[in-house]
Design a protein around this ligand. Structure first.
Ligand code: ZN
Length: 240
């Protein structure tokens, strides 16, 4: 199997379509969505519709949770909160119901997927170093676990100790565990504006990261036309 793992789409339809088009040229047989389908960008409804149509396993991200609830957004930064308020206004009851029923953690074939981290997935902790990764590994019972949430592709490996290796093509070695962040489709934050996702080739035990260009000017124009904060249009160009 060649499985595409893609998430943090954040309502960026142009980025999502570009990633799916790229995956179709890479012999991908299966798809898994890593959550945060909505939030920040201007196409929450179209992105939900696309994922529903694909029918692929999808896990819940924090923005999916926020968009499908009615709780206060006071703890969010003001720009994310403004975008979330707008996002909530776009969704109907069916969208909310679909987002609400998404699970936090799933096992797919031999691997696990979670949006943030396996220790307390509902707390939405960010894994930014090997100490954060250590906490995850205590709860990781499959050899490989994929996640997202920080929008930065990263690979943590646990053998006799926990270390980080560059997020390039990696071979899954027998006596190690892997906690792999697949990056973000719709709002990358590693300084590279191009959409990021990963392909797991289970026959060859190989994970490759892909970067995909998309029509960013179109997305930026839609952000402004929707009345969303201008900084959201700027940050996707900066990859921050
Ligand atoms: Zn996200």
């Amino acid at each position: 199997m060649r499985i595409a793992l893609f998430g943090d789409i954040h309502a960026n339809l142009e980025a999502l379509e570009a990633v799916l088009a790229d995956a179709s040229t890479q012999g991908v047989t299966d798809y898994v969505c890593m959550g945060d389908v909505v939030g920040y960008n201007p196409d929450p409804v179209a992105c939900i519709a696309k994922i529903q149509e694909m029918g692929c396993p999808t896990i819940k991200g924090n923005h999916d949770e926020d968009a499908s609830g009615s709780h206060s957004l006071d703890s969010m930064n003001p720009i994310a909160a403004a975008a979330m308020k707008w996002t909530r206004e776009q969704l109907d009851d069916d969208h909310r119901l679909w987002l609400r029923q998404l699970r936090m953690v799933r096992q797919i074939a031999s691997f696990t997927v979670v949006h943030s981290t396996l220790d307390q997935p509902a707390h939405w902790n960010y894994v930014t170093n090997r100490f954060d990764a250590m906490a995850n590994f205590s709860y990781q019972f499959t050899q490989v676990c994929f996640h997202g949430h920080t929008h930065v592709p990263r690979v943590f490996v646990k053998s006799d100790k926990v270390s980080e290796v560059p997020a390039e093509s990696i071979i899954i070695e027998k006596n190690a565990k892997y906690f792999i962040n697949v990056g973000s489709v719709g709002q990358p934050r590693d300084g590279d504006w191009r959409s990021c996702y990963a392909i797991y080739d289970t026959d060859h035990q190989l994970v490759v990261f892909r970067r995909v260009e998309y029509d960013i000017a179109k997305t930026q124009a839609k952000i402004l036309a929707a009345g969303l904060p201008q900084s959201l249009a700027e940050r996707i160009a900066d990859g921050r």
